[in-house]
Design a protein around this ligand. Structure first.
Ligand SMILES: [Fe+2]
Length: 301
């Protein structure tokens, strides 16, 4: 069914900080703004991959997921209906707003708004990075991965794996500190991760962008001090996907993991349980405790 993360949309009062942040630091490119003034960000030949819409407060607008064939949208609608979730077919206006050919949308049990799309508009050979980097790993692996926080990740597993077909890559369980599940839908080790958080809230913790060389990560790391980037986790390497990365807050409450060298899952992949999240590094920065763990929202009691 779902084959990749196609795009991400957030609402934010700090949208005006994104053009410089996206180009000078992330190495992304700007597309023309959306009709509402949304900052549209490119990391490959897709016409955009991230939209930051002007708004009074930070919230997740939508996660956009890709299917490979138009008929697959019917399969997603049917699977959701079996689980009691109504998906709506979007009209021409919504499809045009997202630069896709076909689109459906639904809200999950945690209040996240999802869109599933076919036919994302691409302009081959037009991506130009905003700073001298070798580029981003996308293609069939999509935009990157997202980590969602929810109090009940086993229910999350039933929904995202049982209903939507995300396949478990592994778990990381550090008693009292971390309980997370990681899922693949293509060769990327995970496109979706679920992390347990306290009751009453859910949230969007981070987006991972994967660059093509270690130096792309290193040159970004060099800019952290100079550009006052709020570091969340220092440079390190993950135990499960082996991503060489660091984490920082964006101007819009969620974090970005900026990484290189993540492993790819193969057909004979066997899910494992890891008892730590990093082989080395990824030290949580004390000042990050003052910031939100992501774009959080209250759950209905
Ligand atoms: Fe990550």
């Amino acid at each position: 069914m779902i084959k990749a993360l196609a795009y991400l949309g957030v609402n934010s009062p700090n949208h005006e900080q994104w053009p410089a942040f996206a180009t000078e630091f992330l190495g992304a490119q700007l597309a023309d703004p959306g009709p509402d003034g949304a900052v549209r960000i490119r990391i490959d030949d897709a016409v955009w991959r991230i939209q930051v819409h002007p708004a009074d407060q930070d919230s997740v607008a939508y996660f956009g997921w890709q299917v490979d064939h138009e008929e697959d949208l019917d399969v997603v609608i049917a699977a959701l209906a079996d689980a009691g979730v109504t998906a709506t077919r979007g009209g021409q206006d919504l499809a045009e707003a997202r630069n896709v050919n076909q689109i459906i949308s639904f809200d999950d049990p945690w209040g996240f708004h999802h869109e599933v799309v076919w036919g994302q508009e691409t302009a081959i050979g037009t991506f130009l990075p905003g700073r001298p980097i070798s580029g981003f790993v996308t293609g069939q692996q999509g935009l990157g991965h997202v980590l969602l926080l929810m109090p009940d990740i086993e229910k999350g597993h039933e929904f995202f794996s049982g209903v939507l077909g995300f396949e478990l890559s592994d778990k990381i369980i550090v008693p009292g500190r971390l309980n997370a599940r990681f899922y693949h839908v293509n060769a990327r080790h995970h496109t979706l991760a679920l992390g347990e958080c306290p009751p009453g809230v859910a949230g969007f913790n981070h987006l991972m962008l994967q660059v093509r060389s270690m130096d792309d990560v290193g040159t970004a790391y060099d800019m952290v001090e100079e550009k006052n980037i709020p570091l969340t986790l220092s440079l390190g390497r993950h135990s499960n996907d082996k991503m060489f990365s660091f984490y920082f807050s964006t101007p819009s409450s969620f974090h970005i993991e900026y990484g290189y060298d993540g492993v790819e899952v193969t057909e004979d992949w066997v899910p494992r349980v890891h008892n730590k999240s990093a082989i080395w590094g990824h030290v949580f920065q004390p000042e990050a405790a003052q910031r939100a763990p992501g774009i959080m929202h209250a759950l209905d009691a």
